[in-house]
Design a protein. Structure first.
Length: 129
């Protein structure tokens, strides 16, 4: 994930709120790559119900970040994603966070069971905590 000029704040590092955009992009990119999501047509969509991030070191523009993704919980209608943001060559994460989607019917916004294709996609990166 390349950082952008606009990601930096007045203190010269990526602003905290930008990490959440990174998380959203990585999770949805993974789902799209797995064929588990169609932004325009999927009858079931994920809505964020919880997110959090801990910051361990600064990153800044211009850097290309590595962002690791795993799943640590798969429920009937929810998935917990865990993410790590790494600066180039770093062994320790600059930030670690999580993102919980509840899957809902696109029209009614009522929770639904995770569709089989989506379930298979997230099971590929599942790791028990």
């Amino acid at each position: 994930m390349p950082t952008r000029w606009a990601d930096n704040d007045v203190y010269g590092h990526v602003n905290n709120v930008v990490y959440y955009a990174y998380f959203d992009t990585v999770v949805n990119s993974y789902l799209l790559d797995q064929g588990a999501l169609s932004i325009e047509t999927s009858p079931v969509i994920g809505v964020v119900v919880e997110t959090g991030c801990r910051y361990h070191a600064s990153v800044a523009y211009p850097q290309v970040l590595d962002i690791g993704l795993s799943v640590t919980h798969i429920g009937n209608s929810s998935v917990r994603y865990e993410l790590g943001v790494f600066a180039p060559g770093a062994q320790q994460a600059a930030a670690s966070g999580h993102f919980v989607h509840v899957y809902v019917d696109r029209d009614t916004r009522k929770p639904v069971a995770i569709p089989e294709g989506l379930r298979l996609g997230v099971q590929r990166i599942f790791r028990a905590r």
